[in-house]
Design a protein around this ligand. Structure first.
Ligand code: IMP
Ligand code: MG
Length: 172
């Protein structure tokens, strides 16, 4: 049977998001900033970040399927849902739940850069730097964590646990 151990409480997550939002407000005082959430894991982070920001934002979602984890180092990534709008000339922040190997984000950044945004940055709730295979420049990091498998606050294991308020370590 698997057990859950709290790594980051809802209260710590909330407090950290206020800090990230304040930094984004400073960096983009006027807006609008397009927040592009990667489905589905980033949905709660995106919702809380957008509401903590004072700078006006617009919400977009993108879907990605990654084969990079099962087929080791294949680095094969595919868009399953594209943006609804053109981001040309806009400030864009990609919002992700966790950066692990970096394969997903390095691919997505290439794709989005081709669409000529005014600026393109990354905000991630969690960063597992130990497992990085592709270097990605992450501009806003909530928490750096060791190489645990974590669930909750959007993160899943086989689609379960996304709705937990805390980020928890899933242990067998
Ligand atoms: P990568 O950076 O391309 O390896 O992929 C990151 C994606 O893998 C994230 O968006 C998550 O969907 C998933 N992922 C990586 N680590 C974890 C974890 O600890 N728990 C849940 N999902 C994870
Ligand atoms: Mg994901």
């Amino acid at each position: 049977m698997s057990t859950l151990r709290v790594l980051l409480s809802a209260e710590r997550i909330h407090a950290r998001i206020q800090e990230l939002a304040a930094r984004i407000d400073q960096d983009f005082p006027s807006g609008p900033v397009y927040l592009v959430g990667i489905l589905k894991g980033a949905c709660f982070f995106l919702a809380d970040l957008a509401r903590a920001m004072k700078t006006p934002s617009r919400l977009e979602f993108i879907g990605i399927s990654s084969y990079g984890r099962s087929k080791t180092t294949s680095g094969e990534v595919r868009l399953t849902k594209d943006l609804d709008v053109s981001i040309e000339g806009y400030d864009v922040i990609v919002v992700e739940d966790i950066v692990d190997s970096g394969i997903t984000l390095s691919y997505l950044m290439q794709v989005l850069q081709q669409r000529k945004p005014k600026s393109l940055r990354i905000a991630t709730l969690l960063d597992k730097p130990d497992r990085r295979q592709r270097s990605v420049k992450v501009d806003y990091v909530g928490f750096q964590i060791p190489d645990y498998f974590v669930v909750g606050y959007g993160l899943d294991f086989a689609e379960d646990y996304r709705n937990l308020r805390d980020v928890c370590i899933l242990e067998d």
